[in-house]
Design a protein around this ligand. Structure first.
Ligand code: ATP
Ligand code: MG
Length: 408
């Protein structure tokens, strides 16, 4: 991609109300733009990051036999009345009437819609278990939307729903999903802790949250560095410094960002929405459900919180909008030749071909945070200055050496 054609250009100054690195850099870098509080456009660079994260999530959900679909965001009141959530989620859900007086709600979540599908299509125990998921926008009337993509009123979520005949089968799938989630976060360059939490507004049982320790977070967790024990302080009965219940080391307390949440509804929906099948002995059994969410747009912000320095973003390669940033600080065609070569090899490269100062190009490269910076200047001769965004050292390499590095 030619940077001269990229829409839009980076901003000279960061948004003045930005209190977090992700808000500041994502807006200044032209990754996201605010339409109104909590509602953002994912601009082309930001959308490339979202797409990469979504692809990772898709691969891991497909590996767990998740089947992708897309459910409506515009939902009728009647299915929400069946579970009592039209009332109980009134403060969170955008609800309104059309001209004829019919009630609608915007999707805050999709349990009601998905369970309505399931009760109509699943007639036999032989159809169970199965899981469906989508990557789609949710709408929530958040009182205090955070700047940037951290807490939006419209935000992107992956939500998967699994359906089972027995608790045992649901437990097994739930455990394998915990492992799948760990893979997703690891592949996004994050160290997410699996945290025991309350069931929240949905269920009385515990749930599991996936939390990334960061000062930009709104949650507080207790965790152990010696093992994988972690609990949300909302439910924990021990304090920072107390012994870890699992391994005995003193536990730590820290702020964290919730990047995922999974929980079992068990038979709640079967009872509320009448979802039953006969088992092989002819006994009527509830269709059990569990839900699994990942905050896709919040992940973008979380990665930036964890991966940045005082100049800008430092994307992990797996989610970077482009792999390399080629800067031409020279008036001839050398860089454009290199650009063509890299492009032909399928290497994702952003080429800063603009007629602006070298300083401005370097500043943009740091702000945008692509993993590899390639500079062609009068000083580099027939070589290229190769520098990783996460390192201060650079080296002079031939075009072929650069290609080798970027192809591995
Ligand atoms: P929170 O406690 O942060 O409000 P939640 O528990 O209400 O989140 P869930 O219903 O569990 O959220 O949604 C699944 C995931 O979607 C969350 O783990 C989080 O990563 C993401 N998410 C939830 N609300 C928002 C929001 N307003 N903006 C961006 N991402 C969100
Ligand atoms: Mg949650």
């Amino acid at each position: 991609m030619l940077q001269s054609q990229l829409f839009p250009k980076t901003l000279k100054i960061a948004p003045k109300d930005a209190t977090s690195a992700s808000h500041k850099y994502l807006v200044q870098g032209g990754y996201a733009d605010m339409l109104q509080a909590g509602v953002y456009t994912y601009l082309p660079l930001g959308w490339r990051v979202m797409t990469k994260i979504s692809d990772i999530v898709r691969e891991e959900m497909n590996a767990e036999n998740g089947q992708e679909l897309l459910m409506p965001a515009l939902q009728p009141k009647n299915i929400w009345d069946e579970t009592g959530r039209w009332e109980s989620m009134k403060e969170v859900m955008y609800q309104f009437q059309d001209e004829s007086g019919k009630d609608f709600g915007l999707a805050a979540t999709h349990e009601e819609v998905v369970y309505d599908l399931v009760r109509r299509f699943i007639n036999s125990y032989r159809d169970l278990p199965f899981a469906v998921y989508q990557i789609q926008n949710k709408f929530r009337a958040e009182l205090r939307p955070k700047g940037g993509l951290m807490r939006g009123r419209e935000f992107c979520m992956k939500d998967l729903y699994s359906f089972h005949l027995s608790q045992e089968d649901m437990d097994k799938y739930y455990s394998s999903m915990i492992e799948a989630y760990k893979k997703v976060y690891r592949r996004c360059g994050l160290d997410a802790k699996v945290v025991e939490a309350s069931g929240g507004m949905f269920t009385k049982k515990f749930s599991h949250e996936f939390q990334v320790v960061s000062d930009a977070g709104e949650d507080r967790i207790l965790y152990c560095d010696g093992c994988d024990w972690a609990q949300n302080t909302e439910i924990s009965e021990i304090k920072s410094g107390d012994k870890c219940p699992k391994c005995g080391l003193p536990v730590k307390e820290g702020k964290s960002i919730e990047v995922g949440n999974i929980f079992q509804f068990a038979d709640k929906y079967a009872k509320d929405m009448n979802g039953f099948v006969n088992d092989d002995a002819g006994n009527k059994q509830p269709i059990l459900m569990a839900s699994y969410g990942i905050g896709i747009s919040r992940l973008v912000a979380t990665i930036v919180e964890v991966c940045h320095d005082d100049k800008g973003i430092v994307w992990p390669e797996s989610v970077a909008p482009f792999k390399a940033h080629l800067l031409s600080i020279k008036k001839d065609e050398t860089a454009s030749e290199v650009y063509k070569q890299l492009k032909n090899l399928g290497i994702e490269v952003l080429f800063d071909d603009r007629d602006i100062s070298a300083g401005a190009k370097f500043a943009d490269a740091d702000l945008l945070g692509l993993p590899y910076r390639l500079v062609v200047s009068d000083k580099t001769g027939d070589k290229i200055e190769f520098k990783r965004r996460d390192s201060a050292d650079s080296e002079l390499l031939s075009v072929q050496e650069v290609i080798n590095k970027l192809s591995s």
